[in-house]
Design a protein around this ligand. Structure first.
Ligand code: GAR
Length: 200
């Protein structure tokens, strides 16, 4: 069976993307990263894709008259690469209705949803004083980190943790979770019934 094409969206350093690129070098993994998109120019994520010979594109909100125009352009740009699904791997923009209507999007989040949604999940978990946080892989819907959950892993908070130290430990777990989930989705596809995601 040929590899399943995916598009990966990034905003920053792209260590999750790198884990997917590395895994996809093994044909048995069953994933081809067809393109990497970013919401701003000059990200390390984009550089990682270029170093791996993967096509990249940048779609900046500021380059469009409205958020809806940006959303439509992003949807069309992704479509051009014919992905079976899209992975939001540290993409820090909310996706709009055009993109979500055209594409199934898998997101990874650095907290145990529904706790601590949004852009500052690690900081918010530390500030709240929880002793366990973690990471969640879920499908994206119209809400902020509210879509059906695919997989979650817990990470204990240690005395003296800072946002940076905790986020690094979460990302270690997050990378292996994302590689595992994306590979299984690509090889087996999936069904969604209500909030339950089943990968055969
Ligand atoms: C990851 O922890 C990801 O969950 C988070 O950004 C980081 C990206 O790391 N995404 C969000 O917080 C989205 N709400 P990376 O750039 O090293 O791959």
């Amino acid at each position: 069976m040929s590899a399943t094409p995916i598009v990966v969206l990034v905003s920053g350093t792209g260590s999750l993307l790198q884990a997917l690129i590395d895994a996809s070098l093994d044909p048995a993994y069953g994933v081809q990263v067809a393109a990497v998109g970013a919401d701003r120019a000059g990200t390390l994520g984009q550089a990682r894709a270029e170093a791996a010979g993967i096509p990249t594109f940048v779609c900046r909100v500021a380059d469009f008259p409205s958020r809806a125009d940006w959303d439509a352009a992003l949807a069309d740009t992704i479509t051009a690469y014919r992905p079976v699904f899209v992975v939001s791997a540290g993409f820090m923009k909310l996706l709009g209705p055009a993109t979500l209507a055209a594409h199934t999007v898998v997101n990874t989040h650095p907290a145990l949803l529904p706790s601590f949604p949004g852009a500052h999940a690690v900081r918010d978990a530390l500030a709240y004083g929880v002793t366990v946080t973690g990471t969640t892989c879920h499908l994206v819907d119209a809400g902020v980190d509210t879509g059906p959950i695919i997989e979650q892993h817990a990470v204990a908070i240690e005395p003296g943790d800072t946002e940076a130290s905790l986020h690094e430990r979460i990302k270690v777990v997050e990378r292996s979770m994302l590689v595992d989930v994306v590979g299984r989705l690509a090889r087996h596809r999936f069904t969604v019934t209500g909030r339950k995601v089943t990968i055969p």
